[in-house]
Design a protein around this ligand. Structure first.
Ligand code: HEM
Ligand SMILES: [Cu+2]
Length: 608
């Protein structure tokens, strides 16, 4: 492969002179099988956006059913074929829709799309490296993800439909191919897709970790790293430790389904007939799933923590408040996230004493979470705030994280959770804190780093409309869900009109569905702005947000290798905003102290 002869050398002074007139890469090398982290980041981003629209569309389909349970939707027939009969969704297909929606959003959009995009884009640019430690493995990681997502997508075209066991694929539904349509071929494809996805995550994660540890530029000590990099780094460690557990669970499930083992099946009778294999435990699968599953929710949110810290500090023109506490709380959350998994299993009949241990550990997570929230608020406090679109989304993120985090404290109490488990209260909790908040982090990141990615600016007016519609819609969708959830409204029910108690919620369900359609439609404003701005957006200047981090010291359209000459050395931490005595309200990390005499007053961070 020709592009491997680009030696990316950290120490040579002008490694890119020869690179520029090195033989021309063809289209495929440059844009398809690229090993340039910036191109790979864009591949992740665009794939993630495509998945987000597919995943979102699926949720609109099932919201139609929930919002108008008596209506017939004949217009769906040409789109969905046999899955709609006389304008009614097939109930099993409903379950498949919920499953695909959750899987796509959690893994393909918020894990691969969010973490993959920004870890890839920012790690080398912000630490001062020419690329990832292994460009080849990085490319492999994207393409394995891509293949895995295509396999998932193709399961939509199976006659028996895609997997229908929920995004957590609990056995026995997932282990018995004869259980329902959605536990047939679709489930096998789900498991194979996830196994490949995990391989891609591990390849990516090893690369991120190695790069952060080994390829930092001169002067870039760990305590001078931007918080984005800290967040991506810890996220990668979480993935590396947690994903293999789901991998083994998926493998064992494949064995149970296809090779007659019984890891997750116990004495099960189907139509009075005992199952041939017995002796396993379905609960074991839940332990394995949630040992990944809980860290996973932080794998989703942590990159957003990092992005939001950067965007808030930059646009409040203030040093981030409590830099060390921010790192400490990331580490604290990371460690704790491994010891709370069973709070998803309070109703599995576990010993109440064990439940109280998990309750205790769960509630402690609120402490580092609150540290982060208070530090963001303290950074905003008396800031010289610029309301860019990215800033709006970052502040929106803080709002959503608070709203969703509070209900986590309620659910963390095992006695309360027994009431609330598997109701819409849980749906509301995790959609606010992980679904919507993580999306807001992603939007903040896209609007903020778009100029660096594409050399042009996104339109702020459209950005504002996009923000406000999305922000309002998110609350209109998820706030009422708490209410019906407390009343016991269950999740994953295809039809609820048969239950007299729930018929009082007809209007509310319709309201939620209308809000969801509004929120989904608003995303087309983003899509338009994104695509239009890539080609027609206003051209950006070198450092449009007057930011301190290293990515803004590269050319507007950096080539492979990022800096044409030497990589800049780093002298200061990334948050020297509005320093007393300074000429400008920002001093980039690569400015030596000798150039800023007047602002070199003893300041907390200068001694590091
Ligand atoms: C103060 C912090 C938090 C606490 C105490 C907490 C607690 C809980 C508890 C106890 C449950 C289980 C409820 C049940 O199924 O009956 C739960 C569900 C969930 N939480 Fe949280 N949570 C917190 C923050 C978060 C964050 C930050 C995220 C995501 C980034 C998140 C994502 C989820 C998800 C995805 C589920 C539901 C999974 C499912 O059943 O499909 N939580 N949370
Ligand atoms: Cu959890």
């Amino acid at each position: 492969m020709s592009s491997t002869d680009i030696t990316i050398n950290q120490d040579v002074h002008h490694p890119h002179e020869e690179h520029d007139h090195h033989h021309d890469q063809n289209f495929i090398e440059k844009y398809i099988f690229s090993q340039d982290h910036k191109v790979i980041a864009k591949q992740y981003l665009i794939t993630g956006i495509a998945w987000a629209f597919i995943g979102g569309f699926l949720s609109i389909l099932f919201r139609l059913q929930l919002g108008w349970p008596e209506a017939t939707f004949t217009f769906l027939e040409p789109i969905l074929g046999g899955w709609v009969e006389n304008g009614k969704l097939n109930p099993e297909f409903y379950l498949a829709l919920v499953t695909m929606h959750g899987t796509i959003m959690v893994f393909f959009v918020l894990t691969a799309g969010l973490s993959g995009t920004f870890s890839n884009f920012l790690i080398p640019l912000q630490i001062g490296a020419r690329d990832m430690a292994s460009g080849f493995m990085n490319m492999l990681s994207y393409w394995i993800f891509f293949i895995s997502s295509v396999i998932m997508f193709l399961s939509l075209f199976l006659e028996t439909g895609p997997a229908a066991g929920g995004w957590t694929v609990y056995p026995p539904l997932s282990a018995l191919p004869q259980a329902i349509e959605g536990s047939k071929g679709g489930m096998t494809m789900w498991l194979i897709s996830m196994a490949l996805f995990i391989v891609s995550q591990l390849l990516g994660g090893v690369n991120y970790i190695t790069t952060v540890i080994n390829l930092r530029t001169r002067g870039m000590s760990m305590t001078k790293l931007p918080l984005t990099i800290w967040a991506f780094f810890i996220t990668a460690v979480l993935g590396l430790l947690a994903f293999p557990v789901l991998f083994s669970a998926a493998l064992l499930l494949i064995f149970d389904r296809s090779f007659g083992t019984s890891f997750f099946l116990s004495d099960i009778f189907i139509a009075g007939e005992a199952l041939a294999h017995s002796g396993g435990s379905a609960i074991l699968f839940q332990h394995l799933f949630w040992f990944l599953g809980h860290p996973e929710v932080y794998i989703v949110i942590m990159p957003a923590f990092g992005i939001v810290s950067e965007v808030i500090a930059t646009n409040a023109r203030k040093p981030i408040f409590g830099y060390r506490a921010m790192i400490g709380s990331l580490l604290g959350i990371a460690v704790l996230s491994f010891v709370v998994w069973a709070h998803h299993m309070f109703v599995t009949g576990m010993n109440p004493f064990l439940g109280s241990v998990f309750m205790f550990l769960t509630l402690i997570i609120a402490v580092p979470s609150a540290v982060k929230v208070f530090n963001w608020l303290a950074t905003l406090w008396r800031g010289n705030i610029r309301f860019t679109t990215a800033m709006m989304f970052a502040v929106g993120f803080v709002s959503l994280f608070i709203s969703g985090g509070l209900t986590g404290i309620i659910l963390g109490n095992s006695a309360l959770d027994i009431q609330l488990h598997d109701t819409y209260f849980v749906i509301a909790h995790f959609h606010l804190v992980m679904g919507a908040a993580a999306f807001f982090g992603m939007f903040a990141g896209v609007y903020h780093w778009f100029p660096k990615m594409f050399g042009r600016m996104m339109d702020d007016k459209l950005g504002f409309v996009h923000f406000w519609l999305t922000f309002v819609a998110v609350y209109l969708v998820f706030m009422p869900m708490h209410y019906i959830g407390i009343a016991g409204f269950p999740r994953r029910y295809y039809a609820w009109t048969g239950f007299e108690v729930f018929n009082g919620f007809t209007d509310m369900n319709m309201f939620i569905s209308i809000s969801a359609i509004l929120g989904f439609s608003a995303q087309f404003i983003f899509l338009f702005n994104f695509v239009y701005s890539i080609f027609r957006g206003r051209k950006t200047t070198l450092n449009p947000w007057h930011s301190n981090t290293l990515e803004w010291t590269t050319p507007v359209n950096p080539g492979h290798g990022n800096w044409p000459g030497e990589i800049p050395a780093v002298y200061r931490w990334p948050y020297d905003y509005s320093k007393p005595g300074a000429v400008e309200d920002y001093i980039p990390q690569n400015v030596p102290f000798s150039q800023t005499q007047s602002s070199n007053l003893p300041q907390e961070r200068d001694f590091e």
